[in-house]
Design a binder for this molecule. Structure first.
Ligand SMILES: Cc1cc2nc3c(=O)[nH]c(=O)nc-3n(C[C@H](O)[C@H](O)[C@H](O)COP(=O)(O)OP(=O)(O)OC[C@H]3O[C@@H](n4cnc5c(N)ncnc54)[C@H](O)[C@@H]3O)c2cc1C
Length: 294
């Protein structure tokens, strides 16, 4: 039985793991892939790096740091979580683990569109975060894929720096009232055929064979919806994010959440902070348990 299991090996999960492990507790981190950082081209707003660092490199650094402290990391997908008889049961594709506490650090799941070319240009013009990457498109033409509140919000952020922003609804009706759109936000409702380019994205090709020149495409389809683990365990979710207190505790005893899955500022600094908070709170909680047992 583990003292603590962390689902997610991104900045939030690894940060939590570092604290728990350094207090000599028995911790396991489970993560299926590189999460959001894998899609991040370059980061220049995180403390301590003189030059921009790629998301992949920062992720690697975190994993190596955890490895050095001998934190076990299981690269696998968690398929089920349950709370039974005072323990969390975490089931992956290949194993089942038990733990006294559980931290959800699974990031905010985003809807990935199936349009041809999108996956290929991730990190090379295709982005999922206007506040993170908008600055790199200053004075350029950008497009936002989506048709709801989220797409409009991303377009609004981009409109402050880009010269032209086009919302691509891919044949769907826009959910929002167009009159609210600033004049440099355009609406394009034609159906998309593919995303084209050489090294980076250059054009959005429509099904009627016309095309739109663009330097960047921001995906803003729907909102993060699936917090199955939290829901399964009875944690409160508000506006698609897991509700937590100042110590990253959810309403479910011994269940914590940190990082992008709790909403707010979706940035690495906040994920690292929340991981640290969750980790330190678990240390005090388990210390109290031990004193009671003695
Ligand atoms: C394009 C882009 C650019 C960005 N640029 C910046 C930037 O410049 N600066 C900045 O500060 N932030 C930036 N961000 C945001 C930043 O990447 C996130 O805020 C940060 O990675 C969140 O960390 P996290 O640990 O909460 O989640 P993530 O990094 O998403 O990690 C989630 C982890 O959960 C795991 N996971 C999820 N579901 C399961 C499951 N079922 N089973 C097992 N494991 C699971 C994933 O495999 C992953 O390991 C950017 C984001 C994007 C998308």
């Amino acid at each position: 039985m583990y003292d603590c299991i962390i689902i997610g090996k991104g900045p939030a999960g690894i940060s939590a793991g570092l604290y728990v492990k350094r207090a000599n507790l028995n911790v396991l981190i489970i993560g299926k892939d590189g999460g959001t950082l894998e899609k991040t081209e370059k980061i220049e707003n995180y403390y301590g790096f003189e030059n921009p660092i790629s998301g992949k490199q920062l992720l690697e650094n975190g994993l190596k740091q955890a490895k050095r402290l001998q934190i076990p990391i299981d690269t696998d997908e968690v398929v089920s979580v349950e709370y039974k008889e005072n323990e969390f049961i975490v089931e992956t594709r290949n194993n089942e683990y038990k733990s006294k506490t559980l931290i959800l650090a699974t990031g905010s799941r985003r809807n990935i569109p199936t349009i041809k070319g999108i996956k290929e240009y991730e990190g090379n013009g295709v982005s999922y975060c206007a506040i993170c990457d908008g600055f790199f498109y200053k004075g350029k033409n950008v497009a936002v894929l989506g048709n709801g509140d989220y797409a409009l919000k991303e377009a609004n952020i981009l409109s402050k720096t880009a010269s032209k922003v086009t919302i691509l609804t891919d044949g769907k009706d826009i959910v929002e009232n167009r009159t609210e759109m600033p004049s440099n936000i355009h609406l394009e409702t034609r159906q998309i055929q593919s995303i084209e380019g050489t090294k980076r994205i250059e054009d959005v090709k429509f099904k009627d064979n016309s095309s739109l020149k663009t330097d960047g495409l921001f995906v803003a389809l729907g909102t993060a919806t699936s917090f199955d683990f939290a829901k399964k365990l009875g944690a409160i979710i508000k506006n698609n994010y897991i509700e937590i207190d100042e110590n990253m505790r959810t309403n479910v005893p011994r269940l914590y959440a940190c990082g992008d899955c709790t909403g707010g500022l979706l940035q690495i600094s906040k994920a690292v902070y929340e991981g640290a908070k969750a980790g330190t709170d678990i240390i005090s909680l388990l210390k109290k348990d031990n004193n009671v047992e003695k």
